[in-house]
Ligand binder design. Structure first.
Ligand SMILES: CC(C)(COP(=O)(O)OP(=O)(O)OC[C@H]1O[C@@H](n2cnc3c(N)ncnc32)[C@H](O)[C@@H]1OP(=O)(O)O)[C@@H](O)C(=O)NCCC(=O)NCCS
Length: 143
């Protein structure tokens, strides 16, 4: 069984590094990681951390005021497809609803667009490039 818990910023770093920064020379620590409003979630299977994601207050001018940005969504390769990503997003939406947030958005890698669509996100605007990482869409979910 997979359990979702709040974790610290530091606990997200090893999985971010391994899954999201392999051969990508960009920082694995994000601005806002240690802000008081930031939430970090971890998915645990038999007490082992297998997936992480972070939710930060944001100010994208295209969206409503009380918005959060999802960052650093990553599941260890050998545990992908077991529901960890979906469960983290469900927990995040529950927490953000309690904070009266109305929108969660992210910069989605092309390879993850269909994953986010399955979780109720939609693309917004045109495809764009992020250096070293590749093409992305902004995707959002109303909550
Ligand atoms: C994208 C990612 C976070 C998904 O996490 P996960 O824990 O494997 O996802 P889940 O097991 O919760 O999948 C939920 C559903 O989405 C599907 N899914 C998962 N990844 C998918 C993908 N890349 N494309 C299409 N569908 C996907 C699953 O099959 C599952 O479908 P089901 O509900 O019909 O069974 C994970 O594959 C990953 O870490 N990828 C590499 C890093 C990455 O691209 N991160 C996102 C950066 S924007």
């Amino acid at each position: 069984m997979i359990q979702i818990k709040e974790i610290s910023a530091e606990e997200t770093f090893p999985i971010r590094l391994k899954v999201l920064r392999k051969n990508i020379p960009l920082p694995y620590e994000f601005n806002g990681d240690f802000d008081k409003d930031t939430i970090h979630l971890g998915a645990f299977k038999n007490d082992k951390l297998i997936a992480v994601s972070s939710y930060m207050k944001a100010s994208n001018k295209n969206f409503e005021r009380n918005q959060y940005q999802l960052r650093g969504m990553a599941t260890l390769t050998e545990y992908q497809g077991f529901g960890a990503g979906k469960l983290m997003l469900e927990k995040a939406v529950q927490i953000l609803k309690e904070k009266n947030s109305n929108v969660l958005w992210c910069n989605a890698r092309i390879a993850a667009v269909d994953f986010y669509k399955k979780q109720g996100f939609q693309t917004f605007g045109e495809k764009f490039d992020i250096l070293y990482v590749g093409e992305h869409y902004v995707m959002l979910k109303k909550i």
